[in-house]
Design a binder for this molecule. Sequence first.
Ligand SMILES: NC(=O)c1ccc[n+]([C@@H]2O[C@H](COP(=O)([O-])OP(=O)(O)OC[C@H]3O[C@@H](n4cnc5c(N)ncnc54)[C@H](OP(=O)(O)O)[C@@H]3O)[C@@H](O)[C@H]2O)c1
Length: 249
Amino acid sequence: MNIVIIGSGNVAYHLAGMFADSRIPVHQVFGRNEGALTEINSKFKIPVSTTELSDADLYLIAVSDHAVAEVSGTIRRQDCLVAHTSGSLPVDVLRGNYRKACFYPLQTFSKAKRPDFSSIPFFIEADYPGDADMLIELAGKISVNVMESTYEKRKYVHLTAVFACNFVNHLFSRAKEISDRQNIPFHYFKPLIEETVEKISFMEPREAQTGPAVRDDRRILKLHEELLDGTTLELYKMMNQSIKEMYEL
Ligand SMILES: NC(=O)c1ccc[n+]([C@@H]2O[C@H](COP(=O)([O-])OP(=O)(O)OC[C@H]3O[C@@H](n4cnc5c(N)ncnc54)[C@H](OP(=O)(O)O)[C@@H]3O)[C@@H](O)[C@H]2O)c1
């Protein structure tokens, strides 16, 4: 089966790497960013192009959500399967007379860090059962964690990921701003961060909560509020409000 990846950002880069590692040939990576394509070519030895989209049996579109529809409309071939990789787009966003699908990997991808592919949950959706089976088999060569999913479910998978990953990472960035301003090395906090994440493999997140809000320690809450301003202060108050609501304090 001929596979072409469209896009050269974080997901396209790691998909190319995953396929290379799993000895799944990729016919071409197609995109508009020459520098990023050159990096993919030199790293994974996959042919790349900014001008000639190769014929393929499967096109995996890994471009920004806002560009998926437009990019999908440039695929003229009809006898092929086209899948996007977004958690929050329906399959019918794809514009063309080909068979349509979604190949969504639930992981945070940044070029600088290679994730452990073998455990990435893949959420597959396709208009035709045969295509779903084929994508499940393909993802199964990369990961042990592959399942079929509707858009209705996938939307909530992505929403949960925004809370569990994107917001948590943003809080790391805000935390580092605070420690940087006081010249406190952020690496002091790494064991704490690691333990926080590890704990939820052993207990419910709700049971793992510690800190001044869940203890309803108003003296500390007031002290901290005096040390903050702007958006970070609002964030601090909102997080404490959310904790208090959850624990009915
Ligand atoms: N990153 C994640 O953690 C993650 C995880 C799961 C799924 N996804 C999904 O995977 C898809 C790709 O995400 P990403 O993180 O790889 O994005 P990204 O790193 O921001 O890369 C976006 C890619 O889309 C290209 N692009 C943007 N606008 C375009 C246009 N109008 N025409 C042609 N190409 C265009 C960019 O080209 P230039 O470099 O030239 O701008 C780049 O190759 C998205 O649907 C996203 O929701 C992302």
